[in-house]
Design a binder for this molecule. Sequence first.
Ligand code: ADP
Ligand code: MG
Length: 560
Amino acid sequence: MQQLKDCLDRIAGKGYKAYKQLAGSYRFSTFRLTFDHVQGDPYALPSRISIWVEAAQHGLAVELSSNPVRQTALEDFLARAVDRSIRQHVRGQRGTGHSGEVRIATSGQQVLRRNAVLIERSGIEARLLLALPADGRSLRVEDARQMLFEELPRVVDEALLYQGQDLSPLFRHVEQVEDQDWLRGWLSEVQAVAFVADHSLLPRRSGVDDRPLAGGVAFSAPDSLRCRTTLPHGGEISGMLIPRGVTLIVGGGFHGKSTLLQALEYGVYNHRPADGRELVVTTAGAVKIRAEDHRAIHQVDISPFIGTLPGNRSTTCFSTENASGSTSQAANIIEALECGADCLLIDEDTSATNFMIRDRRMQQLVSSEQEPITPLLHRVRELYEREGVSSIIVTGGSGDYLAVADRVILMDNYRPYDVSDKAAALAGEPPSLSASGSALHVVHKRSFDPGRFDARRDDGKLRIDVREGRLIDYGRHRIDLSRVEQLVDQGQTEAIGRLLEYSIRCYADHPDGLVGALRQALADVEKQGLDILFPWKVGHLVLPRLYELVAAANRLRAEV
Ligand code: ADP
Ligand code: MG
């Protein structure tokens, strides 16, 4: 600490570059502060620092992180605590640019595995960004002293030191997250794909604010679908169980159908307590499927849904730089199946109509030889019965689906009702597949062409930059993930870009092709940590799912 003080004294009055002399590690009374990277000027990315607290100092019980789920939950708790303390104790902007700001990466409503706070047996490390203060190019050493010797120790003391303190809030957080994870695992035991607990609050404040809507109508399961279970920590709960098979969510406009489906989309992640959706869980292999016109498609066999196209163009190995609504939705399904999805989540709001249905009169007007599309309606039962892939489909517009559903949930004034019996009485015959009636087949292995995933620019330098949260500039390519809806954090996009590059470096000749290589890369990160993706210490990465990682590979587009 004295060395750091001396160093600051020495550089007072000098140019910004003098801050570089801070690089190194300093022992404070309760922690160690390390400057991992010092920024070159006040407009550059902030300096990267890390704080290390020995196990003997932090006072956190080992049971708080005794398995991977608990560890992620505790890391999440600590990162949020650091973030709160920074807001409270760090004055923030002082000087030019971001001067004086301190930040840590934290999750929104989900609890995600990230590398901002890492717990090891010997201690905990928190990784922060700290913008060393300056006016133009002249240092504000007094402000730096205040940040490093007053504000930062206060943050550490409040957020990372628990000696002699009540640990029950930490245990509550960890146990609630562990309960969610248990509940998701329980789904497969009871042959179900989703569960929505009674009293859950599904609606969000707004389209850009993911926090719960105050005053929203709480969820209450219909009696016929209500199921009870006992959580490891939270005791008995009840709620709506959605078994495997084909489930429809119907109802009038604005009655809460899409809100329910969105909660199910995010049910693959754990949520922070009091989110409202912390007991809404979906099988880990649930994938949102939507139309995504204009996306790029590379060598996908979409023939189960899209037959021969105009100009006698085959679709068994289909590529395009500009997909239509229906071809994009078909590719999205095939690609999800390729990575082992076991439940498709589909909302008519974001689907291509001609991919969903073709009614009788239209079949009469447009002959099957003229129409390449086999609508999902004709495949959805086959998907379940042959491939074991369930579907949850929101539809307010087409009654044709009633004939292929195992159950029908009606949303009325934000409350679910089981209308399966009434629907069955109305359904009539299942639609006949008059058109190109070939059986569904899914290719599970696609070749991997590592050359496509070269992350270098023309000048040979590596470029993996994330913009606007969901766009990756990857070498000479562009990847647009803006309509991959289950991506929830920019840190996932950052990790995905790195994972692509890692997979060609390490698994270019994987016997299971593209998906095999990416699955192996992800397994490495799960085992060894996100840090293997970066040559230096960073704190902004988040573990993605396999589906979103593969989705990125599938959307690689040569730069225009
Ligand atoms: P639908 O898909 O049936 O047309 P949405 O799910 O889009 O309806 O919901 C319509 C509106 O109602 C949205 O603004 C949503 O936030 C709100 N909403 C949804 N569920 C609830 C609820 N349980 N309580 C209060 N408002 C809700
Ligand atoms: Mg809707």
